[in-house]
Design a protein around this ligand. Sequence first.
Ligand code: OGA
Ligand code: NI
Length: 363
Amino acid sequence: MNCLQSWPEPIVRVQALSESGIKSIPERYIKPSLQRPNSVKHGDRDFDDSQINIPLIDLQSIYSNDESVRNETLSCISNACRDWAFFQVVNHGVSPELMKQTREMWREFFNLPLELKQEYANSPTTYEGYGSRLGVEKGAKLDWSDYFFLHFMPHSLRNPNKWPSLPPSCRELVSEYGENLVKLCGVLMKVLSINLGLQEDQFQNAFGGEEIGACLRVNFYPKCPQPDLTLGLSPHSDPGGMTLLLPDENVAGLQVRRGDNWITVKPVPNAFIVNIGDQIQVLSNAIYKSVEHRVIVNSEKDRVSLAFFYNPKSDLLIEPMKEFVTRNRPALYPPMTYDEYRLYIRTKGPCGKAQVESLTSSP
Ligand code: OGA
Ligand code: NI
């Protein structure tokens, strides 16, 4: 039997657990002590990240008539890609109204009665629908979150009948939100191409041109009575190309790895958080590298985030582009389709950067 056909254990909705009023969390959500939010690898328990944030970019400036303003912005994005693999963008062209409405609509979805959400219960064959785990390993420690996963692109995989019919605005908002984000990802792909000295369409073409993949994962992190023992989402890098995250505006939770520390992202109003995924690491032959991130939870507030994944066409071979392969820097990764690549996380669940690093001996 294909190991990805069904979940290895009965699915428990974390939101239902949280709402049941339990004071201590079940064993299967308790992480080993070194993986807990407050564990520090090399002993700096007093590390304070309150003054540090990922770079903030005003995207409007890439359209400036002033060439020096344009170049300055491109160079800020280039530094952010190399140094953090994460940045926030404001003035990105997506209406703050649409962002807010879409996020609040999803919050309403998660607040619907359990029976209604169960109609969309997912399986590991496609992951589409309402889910509560990533990975199919029996006995694995689980994360403190539920999610809804849907395909937006390519068109052949877009099936609004698999999207929630409630709230009534869901399908229309997801369509409009998706169209806007695909456009924004197109702009960012051009920026990344130019910054790497390529023709502006080269990354997009390497992703399959018009036939790129795009999917939305809406994460719901319920309140947790023992937030120090678990994680909302374990450390991982995003397997795809590039991610645009719309975080909750009321509560922080995303943390980005920087050396041995985890930096909490302080969300800026109306911004998207952009990050580089493993496929861009492969295409750029590790000039840009994806970075591990995780989510912490808290006992006071639940949190909703929308992760929009922009991916290569799933059956194209992705390998380091010839522009980045030289005698001194041979290709670090073998060719692989994204379909093959993502089986790893879909089987094992979040595993830091283990997958992309396992592909090469000299990262
Ligand atoms: C993800 C992710 C971060 C967040 O869905 O891949 O990293 O803040 N989400 O929910
Ligand atoms: Ni992620």
